[in-house]
Design a protein around this ligand. Structure first.
Ligand SMILES: NC(=O)C1=CN([C@@H]2O[C@H](COP(=O)(O)OP(=O)(O)OC[C@H]3O[C@@H](n4cnc5c(N)ncnc54)[C@H](O)[C@@H]3O)[C@@H](O)[C@H]2O)C=CC1
Ligand SMILES: C[C@@H](CO)CCC[C@@H](C)[C@H]1CC[C@H]2[C@@H]3[C@H](O)CC4=CC(=O)CC[C@]4(C)[C@H]3CC[C@]12C
Length: 368
């Protein structure tokens, strides 16, 4: 918890603070931002774990609200020094309509920006995504690229489209005059695939493996690298950016940063096995067990089934043409921009990230 001997003067707002990443950001702020006086957590669904945070030296204010409602956002932002906007609809499985994804991710972000401008909040950090860049619809590889690597970022799927639009809004808002006459300072963080405690898809794979008698079947070639980053390090980057944005506004304002750490470069499935292996699962096959064309067919079939069944039930399997394309296209980053601009070093080593994640998967065992 924060050291109360230091001056506690700052008010932070974390939107989406009860999500997978948001919870880590919230806990990290309470542990590592000693200047915090009040931490506001704004989310559509508030978690019961928030109660335990309310006994510490920092005032924790839980706000149940919707980013698509401008007045709710403005009320939450008023008086905050820093906004970390991590709320978003992460849906690549067709659970929600494209319109809703746009409304939450794009209009919601616009509401956050306008709230900062209207109420005089100067510092805004946006959780963007690697998906803003790629993989693109052409399936071109992005191999150990950085923030300046040329890449044709063309999307059709509602999720990456919405993240790209929202990121642009945030970056374009840098320098806008906020109430009181000072400029807004914004930047965007682009995590690759986040893993760690609370990662729902990891849990889904684990339970799928248990149902299949402790086995998972390789579908993606081991040579396809997929960028992954530990949730604790992503949270730490948010905390650092929030701290440094004021002092390095000229350098950091309007910038994007990939989120990275020392997690190894592996395929999506091989990487998951770093955690699921020690929990008793086995990945069968050194090569994909099915030909790629069959996977493409199954993915297309899933889309058709989703559409046919929609009037009756929500059918949203992990495999669809989009998730297959993302999993099957190399996308990894290699950059030190965050270190150069704001002194970021990963807080958690790969070994620690791995240990923590394995421990969490094990405790998640009974919660199928
Ligand atoms: N999970 C991943 O691998 C990656 C996630 N991201 C981004 O990180 C952010 C957080 O993602 P996760 O923690 O994985 O997702 P999550 O779904 O666990 O968390 C999102 C949070 O936003 C809240 N939320 C959704 N709609 C809302 C609304 N209308 N008003 C207020 N709150 C709302 C949800 O209730 C949830 O608590 C998102 O912006 C996502 O695009 C970026 C890269 C990778
Ligand atoms: C083909 C299947 C065989 O086992 C595997 C399917 C895995 C997919 C569900 C995931 C593979 C890559 C993931 C995405 C990636 O990590 C980047 C992301 C960034 C975000 O901002 C949101 C989540 C996601 C789109 C993530 C979603 C799940 C995958 C597509």
């Amino acid at each position: 918890m924060a050291n109360s001997a230091q001056t506690q003067e700052l008010v932070y707002l974390v939107t989406g603070g009860c999500g997978f990443l948001g919870e880590h950001v919230v806990r990290m702020l309470l542990q590592r931002e000693p200047r915090l006086r009040e931490l506001r957590i704004f989310d559509l669904h508030l978690g019961p774990w928030l109660e335990e945070l309310k006994t510490g030296p920092v005032q924790v204010t839980a706000i149940q609200g919707d980013v698509t409602q401008a007045h709710e956002v403005a009320a939450a932002v008023a008086g905050a020094h820093v906004v970390i906007h991590t709320a978003g609809l992460v849906d690549v499985f067709g659970k929600t309509s494209p319109e809703t994804i746009h409304e939450v991710n794009v209009q919601g972000t616009q509401n956050v920006i306008e709230a900062c401008v209207q109420t005089g909040t100067r510092f805004l950090i946006y959780t963007s995504s690697m998906e803003v860049v790629g993989p693109n619809i052409k399936g071109q590889p992005f191999y150990r690229g950085n923030e300046n690597t040329p890449y044709e970022a063309v999307h059709r799927h509602p999720y990456p489209c919405s993240k790209a639009l929202a990121e642009r809004l945030v970056l374009e808002a840098n320098g806008r005059e906020v109430l009181g006459g000072l400029p807004l300072v914004t930047c965007a963080l682009r995590p690759t695939g986040i893993y760690g405690e609370g990662h729902q898809i990891m849990k889904d794979f684990y339970h799928q493996g248990l149902r299949l008698g402790g086995r998972l079947f390789r579908a993606i070639p081991a040579s396809v690298e997929h960028g992954r980053v530990y949730v604790g390090n992503v949270a730490w980057m948010h905390v650092l950016v929030a701290r440094e944005l004021e002092h390095r506004a000229a350098l950091m304002g309007g910038q994007v940063y990939f989120c990275y750490d020392n997690s190894p470069y592996k395929s999506y499935e091989d990487f998951n096995m770093e955690f699921l292996g020690p929990c008793g699962l086995r990945l069968v096959g050194t090569r994909p067990l099915m030909p790629y064309w069959l996977l493409v067919l199954l993915a297309a079939l899933n889309t058709l089934l989703q559409w046919l069944l929609r009037p009756l039930l929500l059918y949203a399997p992990l495999l669809n043409p989009y998730t297959l394309a993302v999993a099957n296209t190399t996308f990894t980053v290699s950059t030190d921009k965050a270190r150069r601009h704001f002194g970021y070093e990963p807080l958690f080593s790969w070994e620690e990230s791995r240990t923590r994640t394995i421990r969490w998967v094990r405790t998640a065992e009974g919660s199928a």
